[in-house]
Design a protein. Structure first.
Ligand SMILES: Cc1cc2nc3c(=O)[nH]c(=O)nc-3n(C[C@H](O)[C@H](O)[C@H](O)COP(=O)(O)OP(=O)(O)OC[C@H]3O[C@@H](n4cnc5c(N)ncnc54)[C@H](O)[C@@H]3O)c2cc1C
Length: 457
């Protein structure tokens, strides 16, 4: 680690090589891959980032870019230099319907600044404590994605430090190939240091209908209906098991469940214009309207905080998280989800959940977010919290679910747990594979960014 002192003299930010700083960056939310960096760099400027990359290239060191470290397969871990982007978190006042910020900023800070002004980002992820750079680099899916695509789709311009240490501005009209490479580029093509983001006017309140379905077919039909007539602003559904005891499977007694499907359908509300259920739920085939929740829109954006607090209190947050998320063609959803649920022991998702997020196929156009060519899509995620001793048993099951999703025309979402070999990376990018490899060669010619994660050769 002789290099840390030399690099510290070349940048205005910090270079930390004490054991505690390195240990703090040795794991991610997945807690499956562990890599302790030789040094943690907290840049003060984009110029610092450029100096770090050039330094790394000169000394044959490798760099991983890290936001809040909530990805799950070592995407944000490094053996050499760990670039901790949370030191770049400036947020100047928004102008018109856009905001420009540094990318180590957490979405929560952005939301807190925007809401009093009556604005919000069109798409927010469930967890607001992740960084702008971290989600732009995976895409950023949320409960408004069915309409507005991903956070990467709502990014208008970026400042990027390339793998050669050049600082380049890129947008749809300038250096477009770099703009298209870094959005959903999983930290493989450049460091996004600044982003210009689209905003939308937000109504101050919300009403959510908590609907429960006992039949996946009916849920799927209704989701298509409510997306077609744009009846709600936000849509999120789950698969929830009701354990039924044990049954014999191939001579062995195994726990099994009856699955139910909650759907939370939310509208933004101005003044006292909250819609009546008879108006909004007409023609839908749910089993039960369980609850109607009203509140301020900021409470809606942070609605998962309480769940995450519960997971933390119960210790689930510290377990391993081999999350398996994918985007399915609508046509495969019923069969795929039914089969996965049939084979999933209900206790396997304790401390987590199973998500169903519908979308229009054309809502996103970010080129590196791989998704099926289908008019309608379904985001599906098995998000368990697994105690270390059970990992060995859980990973093969999740690997099977991952392989099956790809066999049925789906694409994996790259922030989760990935056990891709070179052939699977090639399958993932399909016809775009050659273009991805060419972009990698162009923007990271020395393979400085987290080599070995994306196997392009
Ligand atoms: C509880 C929880 C809920 C979640 N909910 C959602 C959800 O609703 N929707 C969703 O889409 N995801 C969700 N995720 C996944 C999470 O949003 C992604 O893993 C996201 O990438 C994490 O952001 P981060 O700041 O922690 O990035 P990190 O995990 O630190 O990094 C993620 C990737 O981005 C790269 N990267 C980070 N910063 C930059 C940068 N400035 N420039 C270039 N590359 C960079 C890294 O190298 C890495 O490849 C959730 C995760 C958790 C733990």
């Amino acid at each position: 680690m002789g290099w840390t002192g030399e690099l510290a003299r070349q940048i205005s930010g910090q270079v930390l090589d004490d054991d505690a700083s390195r240990e703090a960056m040795a794991a991610d939310f997945g807690r499956i891959v562990m890599r302790k960096p030789e040094g943690v760099v907290r840049p003060a400027t984009a110029e610092d980032v450029a100096r770090v990359i050039k330094f790394a290239n000169r000394h044959s060191l490798k760099v991983s870019i890290r936001g809040a470290g909530h990805s799950q397969s070592g995407q944000s871990l490094s053996d050499h230099i760990l670039l901790d982007m949370t030191s770049l978190a400036e947020l100047p006042p928004p102008t018109d319907e856009t905001v420009v910020c540094q990318t180590g900023l957490k979405w929560r800070a952005l939301v807190e600044k925007l809401l009093p002004l009556g604005f919000s980002p069109p798409v927010l992820t469930n967890n607001l404590d992740v960084t702008v750079g971290g989600t732009l680099s995976t895409a950023g899916l949320g409960v408004a994605s069915w309409r507005y695509g991903t956070q990467a789709d709502n990014c208008l311009e970026v400042e990027v430090v390339t793998g050669e240490g050049e600082i380049v501005r890129s947008s749809p009209s300038a250096n477009r190939d770099l703009f298209d490479a870094v959005r959903a580029g999983v930290g493989q093509f450049g460091v996004i240091t600044e982003a210009k983001l689209k905003l939308r006017r937000t109504k101050p309140n919300f009403r959510t209908f908590f609907l429960l379905y006992d039949d996946l077919t009916l849920l799927l039909d209704d989701l298509k209906t409510v997306m077609t007539d744009a009846r709600f602003d936000y849509l999120e559904a789950w698969c929830t098991p009701v354990p039924q005891g044990f049954k014999k499977v191939a001579g062995e007694r195994q726990p099994f469940a009856q699955w139910f499907f909650p759907l939370h359908a939310t509208v933004e509300v101005e003044g006292d214009s909250a819609p009546h259920p008879s108006e909004k739920l007409q023609g839908l085939n749910f089993y039960k309207l369980v609850h109607t929740e009203d509140g301020e829109i900021g409470e809606f954006f942070a609605r998962l905080d309480d769940l995450f607090t519960l997971w933390k209190r119960a210790g689930f947050w510290d377990f391993a998280h081999p999350w398996m998320e994918c985007i399915l063609p609508w046509e495969s959803t019923l069969l795929y989800v039914s089969q996965v649920l049939q084979n999933l022991p209900p206790q396997a998702i304790a401390g987590g959940h199973i998500l169903l997020w519908p979308a229009r196929g054309k809502a996103s156009s970010a080129p590196l977010l791989m998704r099926p060519e289908s008019e309608w899509l379904m985001g599906f995620g098995i998000l368990p919290a697994v105690p270390a001793p059970r990992l060995e048993e859980a990973l093969p099951r999740l690997a099977l679910a991952s392989q099956a999703s790809m066999l049925m025309g789906g694409k994996r979402y790259l922030s989760g747990w990935l056990d891709f070999d070179a052939a699977t990376w090639k399958l993932h990018y399909g016809e775009h594979w050659a273009a991805v490899a060419a972009l990698k060669k162009k923007f990271d010619p020395h393979d400085v960014f987290n080599p070995g994660f994306m196997k392009t050769t």
